[in-house]
Design a protein. Sequence first.
Length: 448
Amino acid sequence: MSITNEYFIRLLDRVKKRNPHEPEFIQAVEEVLESLEPVAERHPEYVKRGIFESIVEPERIIKFKVPWVDDNGVVQINRGYRIQFNSAIGPYKGGLRFHPSVYEGIIKFLGFEQIFKNSLTGLPIGGAKGGADFDPKGKSSLEVMRFCQSFMTELSKHIGPDTDVPAGDIGVGAREIGYLFGQYKRLRTEYVGVLTGKGLNYGGSLVRTEATGYGLCYYTDAMLRDHNESFEGKIVSISGSGNVAIYACQKATELGAKVITMSDSNGYIVDKNGLDLPLIKQLKEVERKRIKEYVIHHPEAEYHEGCSGVWTVKCDIALPCATQNELDEDAAKTLIANGVMAVCEGANMPSTPEAIAQFQSHGVLFGPAKATNAGGVATSALEMSQNSGRRSWTYEDVDRELKDIMENIYKNSCEAAKEYGMEGNLVAGANIAGFLKVADAMMAQGIV
Ligand code: NDP
């Protein structure tokens, strides 16, 4: 599939010229525009009002210096970002990523995706993303704290509980959210829900930690059931071993599957008996160790260097949960040759466009990230509701809401794809369903 609409060809060309050297952002825009061709044809009013031009341009890009002092007393300088992309349907919402690969193009692609994802949840949240090119790996907790305090000193000028509410992403978990929240409170003398993913004893929500991984499995389960299938007895391959991967593993196992792989940026493990999840949690969440340590405790399992090899392992269901473009065309072909029946994305944009085309043309059920991993932000929005009402909901209440939201996302994506003549294409369905709500709100609010 490629863009054929003349107007979209010109628009994509303009996006490329205005955002040179940002391939991830262009990739994300191209995928969305491809899906929206039938929408532009049916809704000339969107074209006339410049909605498509407007939605690919961030409302605000904030870029700042983050100076901090390491444990040796040496000054370190990093670069921080917050891109507030679209606030048509609610205050900006989206995670913060701390990883050395972060630059403007990565944050822009993530912020753009976030608009549609947040809309799909049915909750009133706009799209944003932020982060820094800081690498938490190998840093002491005090170094991480000093970095977070410096980052928040600048970021605090641009966020607020009714303006912009960041959360975690790669490299930003409970520890970092705690340090960021502490600094915001100190600077503003306000105890408000300005971040989500907080600890349970200071305003966090039950299920937020598990939400993205659980939500991914709830969506996958809805998709499988719609095709008279289930997780029961299936072999599942997961990449990554962070927050999303761990809780996807937990829920897939609860739903009857056997998860046999996980990875980090150095390599991957295969345990044909099914992964020992308590050990993985201890290694990754508590001790912050590398995944290869798993085989010290389970010598019958295998460790292989190089993370991309994880897709050579035969499985029924693949859940990429590490990072963008981690699953390419060759990996997709290998998965297909090995009989994969479903691929659902836990990470943001983990499959390349060529890989997605392979899955779709070979009848593999494919769930795209902006639908499948929306459970994290949905639960963050539930945390915001609890904070503003100064209440805490029970685990069962939040989990039920999360499951309902993920099932609705699946249902709404199916219906949108069908309505616009692309039945069964969940990529198009998610893009269209997410876009329509935002576009109508933008139309209603005038040219702003
Ligand atoms: P974590 O930091 O908890 O874990 C990230 C995992 O991915 C680690 O195992 C990490 O390995 C691996 N990884 C990161 N970068 C690379 C890379 N360049 N190559 C190979 N492996 C890599 O992050 P999360 O689990 O929170 O996030 C994972 C994905 O899910 C991201 O795409 C994120 O945007 C997305 N996501 C997360 C949400 C959340 O609620 N946390 C919500 C929605 C989407 P290593 O330790 O070696 O770096």
